[in-house]
Design a protein. Structure first.
Length: 213
């Protein structure tokens, strides 16, 4: 994604975050992944972190609002689709969560991929007032975007810092090994050159004595 033009990167991330709840795209590719990748790209300087946060928050809130409206208008038919029947148990759990927690269930559902895709439509189909839904939708969207986008951002910075640190450590190790190898070589060379002289002097002295006798 880093090879794409900057405006297109923003557009792709916004589209994935929006489509997750508005078009139930979270079944295929969670928007969470998109904002984490966006955070990584921001840490490398490819895109602006501030602009990414704003775009992602707006896309999350608008996408959930569209999902709410779809659920409100087509709730019964929506629940009868093949995809919903396949996840009937989880749909039932999400509906129970809405009944128990009310609008706050929208915030809770924001942090689970499947519920993030289903919760807005289920909230609409359950008749949750839009004003309450919008407040908790915005609250959950802001918290969710901040946590995962900044998480991706600091993860990217950590990886870059680790790579630099590892490079320095490896360079230091290479230099230390080189110095150690040179010291060992020098010591051995000195021992080898020094060990021959003391042995040669007695031999030479004995030879001279033999000649004089």
């Amino acid at each position: 994604m880093s090879g794409l033009p900057t405006p297109l990167i923003y557009a792709v991330i916004a589209a994935l975050v929006f489509a997750e709840a508005a078009l139930f795209f979270g079944f295929v590719f969670p928007g969470e992944t998109a904002i984490i990748v966006g955070g990584l790209l921001a840490s490398q300087g490819h895109i602006s972190l501030t602009l990414l946060l704003i775009i992602s928050i707006v896309a999350a809130i608008v996408g959930d609002s569209v999902g709410y409206e779809i659920g409100k208008r087509y709730g019964p038919r929506l629940l009868d689709t093949k995809v919903m029947r396949k996840h009937a148990a989880k749909v039932g759990s999400a509906q129970d969560l809405i009944r128990k927690r009310g609008a706050f269930a929208v915030v809770i559902g924001r942090f689970t991929a499947l519920l993030r895709a289903l919760m807005p439509a289920l909230a609409g189909s359950c008749g949750l007032p839009y004003a309450r839904f919008l407040f908790f939708n915005a609250l959950g969207g802001i918290i969710w975007v901040l946590i995962f986008t900044l998480g991706g951002f600091y993860l990217g910075e950590g990886i870059e810092h680790f790579a630099k640190l590892a490079g320095r450590v490896i360079s230091g190790v290479v230099v230390a090994v080189g110095v150690l190898a040179f010291v060992i070589y020098s010591v051995r060379k000195h021992r080898e050159s020094g060990s021959g002289s003391p042995a040669e002097e007695p031999v030479a002295a004995l030879a001279q004595e033999g000649v004089s006798d």
